[in-house]
Design a protein. Structure first.
Length: 112
């Protein structure tokens, strides 16, 4: 069981404000007979507000590590600006892509 009980206890979450919103979420991996329609047990999902894309990437990495997620579990990473405009999606490896789902036409967005 993971020590993180709620997303609110997951540091460093800002519930309001920030220039960007990043989705932190996961699902079961069917390769391991986990339910792909639901988050893993003892995990939490939600959105966090951050001021920079670098902060978003750090938070994604922390979330993946804290809940011991594999590549088949990670389904979050969607980043939107405060006005709702889609910016990109962080993949499991921390790279930011310009499309909601990676394709061979996706372009990486440099995060400084």
């Amino acid at each position: 069981m993971n020590a993180l009980a709620t997303l609110e206890s997951f540091p460093p979450i800002k519930r309001t404000g920030g220039k960007f919103t990043v989705r932190l979420s996961n699902v079961g991996n069917p390769d391991f007979r986990q339910d792909h329609r639901r988050p893993l047990p003892d995990t939490v999902c939600g959105e966090a507000h951050v001021d920079t894309l670098a902060e978003a990437r750090e938070l994604v990495a922390l979330y993946i590590s804290a809940f011991d997620l594999g590549g088949g579990n990670w389904n979050g990473g969607h980043v939107h600006r405060a006005d709702g405009l889609f910016v990109g999606r962080f993949s499991y490896n921390g790279r930011l892509w310009d499309t909601e789902r990676w394709t061979s036409a996706s372009k990486e967005i440099e995060v400084l």
